[in-house]
Design a protein around this ligand. Structure first.
Ligand code: B3K
Ligand code: ZN
Length: 876
């Protein structure tokens, strides 16, 4: 297949400066008339052909400057339109009529239907499935869109920008016209036509402009959109307060659809959302759902500046908008909720999704240099590591300079399509810092490994810290250069207080940050009276793997005393990981477990520590996942041993903490009406972590069954169901609960997703058969991406012992699903295929089985470019 390379970028010969679209909506035969104002760029030869992108298009007619174009003047295939008869003037108008079939579009790219409503998804290259176009992000055009539809079928007609006019037409048809004055690339185009309910509100911007807000949902679901509306208004205010970014159109609309390939899409003035990230009420949504809605609403809204007003020159620059916007939504959530809790959740997520990507065959730089299928680069490296890189700029520059850099970026590049170099130049300029070495974070893949040893000389008061870094080879680069790694730190004295230090040499150290820039450095702190404990990489200031020579006692000390709450969590977490790795090894040797009593004690102590917020305590008590442990083991992983180790540690802590846990569980019972706020959610999460321990300690499902029956909200109900299913899969209480849930929510796909996830992630070999039979459940459909992710995605990426069955049956099942899904939705099929990315870290028998499944997929002749790309890179 074709490879796209960063170094091959060149501007197009022509620009489309204005785009006038007319849609006549019909399920099978929507006519799209595009009138494009085309401009030849200066210096381009007058006879240079105009080449436009297409993807599976049916051309109805073509006109140039008002006259039909003769056949010899152009060549049209479904995927490309080349106009050779280009007029001599600098500007001309091209009229293209295409015909598309939304109802049969199951790839959910371009114009398609979801539950009978018309909607679009154009990023990255979906616009070319609607009409021939310069479908590249550096072509910025104003848009005017007229939509015509049967009024009964689609009373609501929306597009980007501001409404211009609407009215009735003959034969029961009607129309609406929208105009977007802000030049934008085609990937931000959107259209919606359907029979939808809506809620409305207004927002007055800091400068006093009134914006009409609307959220459109399935009829009857309007009350479930109120939390999203509230999150939207909070996002708009936050961006004004934090970054002085105001909204710029008269209207801002959000539409929720049920069939959507990813979370949501930031189309200018018309965000289209997976309904999972809009709809919530206590009866159907969990606290995690509420937090997800808040984050995604904010993320898409924030794109209006970071992505839309300033967009990407080409798709290699994807992190320019995504990493930055993730950073912005993380900061927003940290401000709305608890900053340390949010940070820990981010790091857990980074480690469980991005680290394995960065350490496996699909590793790529935050700004890749080549791709075969751009849709496969909407990865956690581009998004989450991309956000970490922006966070490091903040750490290195400090808040004021960072803000000045952002201000300069907005001022200098508003209305442009730019690159990572443009972005970094703003920060270099305001700070006077050379960011050349720092830029390696964008160019080198792989998670840096940092090794630290320390020594203290009581006689001289010198504290010496030796730090070295290596970046492992990845498919993108074999040899790496040392990076600029900002390590926030503190020295803890014997009483747990931060120690004062005298002079420092051997590295740039300022504002509590060590700047590691060489492959290895020795840093000497003078005037350190007694041996300190070094708290390093505070707040996870750099996305690295840190190997530090801390003793168990040091870690327990940090877990009790570190003023940095992230590192306090990290200390305990690393002890858990260590204990589980050792326990898994003993498990393989058939030896009994011998968990450290001090560790178990520390866990129990934290559960009852009222000085810490409940949400934090819940995170501290959540054992590392089986996948976390597998990743730390790194090779020759036996998932069954890991699972047995984890179950044993849970039993041990639960057993020893039983009475205390039960008391705390009862104390934190919800009183009064449900509220999704962070503090209430935190109490629920603490309680539900304790429920898991208590059930393990009692080896009995009664408490979970009781919680399931009496819960007044989905968070507690789903948590109880998870404990039942995961700890007592064959118990009558579990069967009853699963059946009751099914009976109650069968018609609500979003809620059934939870039911699918719970069952798909039941540990053990038997789950595969359960998942297979659930594919025949009436609520499941291979056509709906949310259902596929909940059942098949959760199984393959969230069930170590089920998916990685030693006999390979889990791998073969996934291969079957990928092959059949690939026929209609390559994007989602390719995403599922990434579950194979850690196959080489498994035991050899499992590796052989995984290879067989991958090769079977790869042998399919009609494989999509999307799946082919993932499978080839995974096998390479
Ligand atoms: N920009 C979209 C993602 C589009 C994915 C295309 N395959 C959502 C977001 O990141 O905000
Ligand atoms: Zn985004």
């Amino acid at each position: 297949g074709q490879v796209f390379r960063l170094e091959d970028y060149r501007p197009s010969d022509y620009r489309i400066t204005h785009t006038d679209l007319l849609f006549r909506l019909d399920p099978h035969a929507t006519l799209v008339t595009a009138k494009l104002t085309v401009e030849r760029r200066d210096g381009v030869a007058a006879n240079a052909p105009l080449v436009l992108d297409g993807d599976g298009l049916v051309l109805e007619s073509l006109g140039l400057n008002g006259a039909p174009l003769a056949g010899e003047g152009y060549t049209a295939t479904p995927d490309r339109l080349e106009i050779r008869a280009v007029p001599a003037e600098k500007f001309f108008e091209l009229e293209i009529v295409t015909k598309v079939s939304p109802v049969t579009n199951k790839a959910l790219m371009g114009l398609y239907q979801s539950k009978g409503n018309y909607c679009t998804q154009c990023e990255a290259e979906g616009f070319r499935r609607i009409t021939y176009y310069l479908d590249r992000p550096d072509n910025l055009s104003t848009f005017q869109v007229r939509i015509e539809a049967r009024k009964a079928e689609a009373p609501v007609l929306l597009s980007n920008g501001n409404p211009v006019e609407h009215g009735d037409l003959a034969d029961g048809w009607h129309y609406a016209v929208w105009h977007d004055p802000f030049p934008k690339p085609s990937y931000l185009f959107a259209l919606v036509g359907g029979d939808l309910g809506s809620i409305h509100d207004t927002f007055t911007t800091a400068s006093g402009r009134k914006v009409a807000l609307g959220i459109y949902v399935e009829h009857g679901k309007e009350p479930l959109a109120t939390y999203a509306m509230d999150a939207l208004k909070r996002s708009m205010r936050w961006d004004e307060e934090r970054f002085s970014r105001e909204y710029d159109l008269d209207v801002f609309n959000i539409v929720a659809v049920s069939d959507f390939n990813m979370g949501a899409m930031e189309n200018k003035g018309l965000n289209i959302f997976n309904d999972k990230y809009v709809l919530a009420d206590p009866e159907t949504a969990t606290d995690v759902d509420y937090a997800g809605i808040e984050a995604v609403i904010a993320h898409e809204y924030f794109h209006n500046w970071t992505g839309n007003r300033i967009t990407c020159r080409d798709w290699f620059q994807l992190c320019l908008k995504e990493g930055l916007t993730v950073y912005r939504d993380h900061e927003f959530s940290a401000d709305q909720r608890s900053r340390p809790v949010k940070r820990i959740a981010e790091v857990r997520n980074l480690r469980s999704l991005q680290f394995p990507e960065d350490q496996g065959p699909l590793a790529h730089p935050v700004r890749p240099r080549r791709y075969k299928e751009i849709n496969n680069f909407y990865t956690s490296t581009v998004y989450e590591k991309g956000s970490e890189v922006v966070r490091m700029i903040h750490t290195i520059l400090g808040p004021e300079k960072f803000r000045a850099g952002m201000d300069l970026y907005f001022e200098r590049h508003d209305g442009q399509a730019v690159t990572i170099e443009d972005f970094l130049a703003c920060f270099a300029e305001v700070s006077g810092r050379d960011l050349t070495q720092f830029a390696l974070w964008y160019h080198q893949a792989g998670t840096p490994r940092v090794t630290v040893t320390t020594s203290h000389d009581p006689a001289t008061g010198d504290f010496e810290v030796n730090i070295s870094q290596t970046v492992p080879p990845t498919p993108s680069e074999a040899v790496k250069k040392p990076m600029h790694i900002p390590l926030a730190f503190g020295l803890l004295g014997p009483n747990g207080d931060e120690m004062e230090m005298g002079s420092v040499e051997g590295a740039e150290v300022n504002d509590g940050v060590i700047h590691l820039t060489a492959a290895s450095q020795t840093i000497r702190f003078r005037g350190v009276g007694s041996r300190p404990v070094l708290s390093l990489n505070r707040g996870f200031s750099a996305p690295i793997v840190l190997n530090q020579d801390l003793t168990k006692e040091d870690r327990l000390f940090l877990a009790r005393h570190d003023s940095d709450l992230f590192n306090r969590w990290e200390a305990l977490n690393s002890l858990f990981v260590e204990a589980l790795i050792a326990a898994a090894a003993r498990e393989k040797e058939g030896k009994p477990h011998d968990f450290d009593a001090a560790l178990v004690e520390a866990a129990i102590e934290i559960a009852g520590n009222d000085g810490l917020e409940p949400a934090y305590r819940a995170l501290a008590l959540s054992l590392p996942s089986e996948a976390d442990v597998a990743r730390e083991i790194g090779n020759d992983v036996d998932p069954d041993a890991v699972r047995a180790a984890r179950d044993a540690l849970r039993r041990e802590i639960g057993g020893k903490g039983r009475d205390a846990f039960r008391r705390i569980y009862d104390q934190h019972a919800d009183s009064g009406p449900f509220s999704p706020d962070a503090a209430s959610a935190g109490k629920r999460s603490l309680r539900n972590v304790l429920l898991d321990y208590l059930a393990a300690a009692e080896a009995a499902p009664e408490l979970a069954a009781l919680q399931f029956e009496t819960a007044n909200n989905m968070t507690d109900r789903a948590a109880a169901l998870t404990v039942l299913a995961h700890q007592f899969p064959e118990h009558e209480a579990t069967r009853k609960a699963l059946a009751a849930f099914d009976a109650r929510y069968r018609d609500n796909g979003l809620v059934m997703d939870k039911w699918f996830v719970v069952q798909a992630t039941i540990p053990g070999a038997a789950t595969l058969e359960r998942v297979k039979s659930l594919t025949a459940h009436p609520a499941f459909s291979l056509m709906n991406p949310n259902r596929v992710r909940s059942l098949v995605g959760a199984f393959s990426s969230g069930n170590q012992t089920g998916f990685h069955r030693a006999d390979g049956a889990g791998y073969q099942f996934l291969a079957d699903i990928i092959l059949s899904l690939d026929r209609h939705n390559p994007q989602v099929a390719a995403r599922l295929a990434t579950a194979f990315r850690s196959w080489r870290s498994m035991e050899e028998v499992r590796q052989l089985e995984a290879r067989k499944a991958l090769e079977r997929i790869n042998a399919e002749a009609s494989l999509s470019r999307d799946v082919k790309d993932i499978v080839e890179r995974t096998l390479a």
